[in-house]
Design a protein around this ligand. Structure first.
Ligand code: HEC
Ligand code: HEC
Ligand code: HEC
Ligand code: HEC
Length: 168
């Protein structure tokens, strides 16, 4: 009788252990924001071009108009405000101010690995956005940007960085 109970305990423990293992594996990793510095290393030419866009340079204008009093602005004027890894405030996360790579391309913690980046499907599965007008319209709303014209705006060097020539 005692022997049997020991076995029961062993079997139950094993089942519990397997259950924990399985549920840990099922929990998917969520992409987090990492900031432009992580992208710069591999996309130097694009970084140089982005840095000159109003998206990169305009954060000061927001501070000048409201100071730090109004967090409602950060949703469109910083990276990932309120999201994992995203902008908190200018003291804690100064490198996440302004409109950056990840506002248009998605939170990069998972897709920024070389092996994933070079595979479009894997990258999208890891959080990379497909480039569509919708991405822009989350900020360029009717209210904020009544004259927004996507076809023109993507070609505006003040809005979107250059696409470097590929070296084959
Ligand atoms: C380890 C190097 C590396 C890092 C870090 C990296 N990338 Fe990439 N990225 C690549 C490579 C390689 C490609 C594929 C070739 C290409 O298009 O330049 C690529 C492609 C892309 C593409 C086009 C992908 C597609 O399938 O349409 C985007 C957009 C992009 N990267 C954005 C980013 C952003 C944003 C970051 C930072 C969060 C980042 N990358 C970080 C190496 C990197
Ligand atoms: C829904 C997104 C969104 C929110 C929220 C938002 N903005 Fe903007 N803001 C934009 C867009 C888009 C533009 C660019 C408009 C354009 O040029 O078409 C802009 C432009 C600006 C500019 C002009 C900067 C320049 O260089 O001319 C300032 C200043 C500004 N916003 C401040 C604020 C402040 C302050 C708040 C909070 C009270 C705020 N914004 C909230 C999207 C937003
Ligand atoms: C305002 C939105 C916006 C921001 C900010 C932005 N991008 Fe892009 N990016 C785009 C769009 C739109 C395209 C696609 C252009 C096309 O396909 O013609 C693109 C294309 C790319 C590509 C693919 C280039 C290729 O060879 O096809 C890479 C890589 C990339 N971006 C990296 C970055 C990095 C790194 C940053 C930050 C330093 C950044 N982007 C910031 C909108 C943005
Ligand atoms: C996270 C919010 C956000 C996203 C996403 C976004 N923008 Fe913007 N965009 C802004 C803000 C804020 C400004 C105003 C910058 C400023 O203060 O002048 C702006 C300004 C611009 C400008 C005006 C530059 C100038 O000075 O005339 C263009 C063009 C532009 N965006 C194009 C785009 C395009 C194209 C996309 C999508 C590929 C896009 N934006 C996505 C927030 C965004």
């Amino acid at each position: 009788m005692i022997r049997n109970r020991k076995w029961l305990v062993v079997i139950i423990s094993m089942l519990v252990f397997m259950f924990i293992l399985l549920s840990a594996e099922e929990e998917e990793e969520k992409p987090e924001y990492v900031g432009y510095k992580k992208c710069k290393a591999c996309h130097k030419e694009i970084y140089d071009s982005w840095k000159e866009t109003t998206h990169a340079t305009s954060f000061q204008a927001v501070l000048d108009s409201t100071g730090l009093d109004d967090p409602s602005c950060f949703e469109c004027h910083s990276v990932g405000y309120g999201e994992p890894g995203g902008f908190v405030d200018t003291t804690e996360t100064p490198d996440l101010a302004g409109v950056q790579c990840e506002n248009c391309h998605g939170p990069g913690s998972l897709y920024k690995k070389f092996s994933i980046m070079k595979d479009h499907e894997k990258a999208v599965a890891s959080g990379l956005y497909e480039q569509t007008e919708e991405v822009c319209l989350t900020c360029h709303t009717e209210e904020q940007s009544p004259d927004f014209n996507y076809e023109e705006a993507v070609k505006n060097i003040k809005g979107v960085h250059i696409i470097p020539e590929k070296e084959e």
